[in-house]
Design a binder for this molecule. Structure first.
Ligand SMILES: O=C(O)CCC(=O)C(=O)O
Length: 259
């Protein structure tokens, strides 16, 4: 697919899949990172490795700022790019929790809602192990529907979209091979099933904003991944230094810059 075709499909359907974005070695490093996180945070479910944990995690930041990911999103949001959110949703085999239907924009204090998600497949993501499912074209009205707290079954977000607006029969599976990505729009209705298979399904969902988008949440860290930040808009803490023994080791961790 050409870059123009990727943009067109994203604009028309609300999502697009791009296989083969990062190399196998980086995928392996990300898998090692997930295992390392499991040891470091034994009390956190692996579907819940959230953005706040990135502040002291050089490998995670290095992964999020990978130039191949930046090249994918630059046609959408321009060349001044900040990371606003990072969340590994690693669904263990057999017990992986579902993500109920939702729209990301419902959760985000962004002004304007100019943001794009890259969902990076750390494992092959298939219908069997609980790949993402989307309802194409539901982003078109740029409208956020009501959501409610939902804890009847264990689920990653503990909330869901008002079911009256979900036509689950029109949902499609977003199959992404490891190392590939899918992109989706903040207004698109999407979710994923539980993982009852024997294969883990790990994905890293990354939210990027142009540096002109304001995060209206106090002390929410943004990380500049390409280009320039704007004074007075958002808080950019310093990136952590790699410390052997404290951090997950990776290619280039003893150099600056890492990539
Ligand atoms: O990883 C999943 O199953 C769901 C991901 C998702 O909802 C998102 O990236 O916005």
């Amino acid at each position: 697919m050409t870059s123009a075709e990727i943009v067109k499909q994203y604009q028309e359907e609300g999502y697009v899949v791009i296989p083969d974005v990062i190399d196998e070695e980086l995928v392996q490093e990300a898998r090692g990172h997930i295992e390392w996180m499991g040891r470091k945070y034994p009390d956190i479910r692996p579907e819940q490795y959230h953005h706040y944990l990135i502040a002291d995690d050089p490998f995670w930041l290095r992964l999020c700022a990978d130039p191949r990911l930046m090249d994918v999103i630059e046609p959408f949001i321009g060349s001044d790019i900040a990371l606003f959110g990072a969340h590994y949703i690693s669904k263990p085999a057999r017990t992986g929790q579902p993500v109920l239907w939702h729209q990301d924009g419902y959760y985000w204090p962004l002004e304007p809602m100019e943001v794009i998600t890259i969902w990076l497949a750390v494992d092959d993501s298939t219908p069997e192990n609980g790949c993402m499912r989307v309802i194409p074209r539901t982003h078109r009205d740029q409208r956020i529907f009501s959501h409610r707290v939902s804890q009847d079954i264990p689920n990653v977000l503990s909330s869901e979209l008002d079911m009256r607006v979900v036509d689950a029969d029109s949902a499609v599976d977003v199959v992404v091979p490891a190392g590939g990505v899918s992109l989706h729009d903040p207004y698109l209705i999407h979710g994923s099933e539980a993982n009852l298979s024997d294969q883990r399904r790990c994905g890293l969902t990354l939210r990027y904003i142009p540096t002109t988008t304001r995060i209206k949440r106090e002390n929410h860290a943004a990380y500049l991944c390409r280009g320039e930040k704007i004074e007075g808009i958002n808080w950019y803490p310093e990136w952590p230094k790699f410390r052997p023994g404290d951090h997950h080791p990776f290619r280039g961790c003893d150099r600056t810059p890492w990539i």
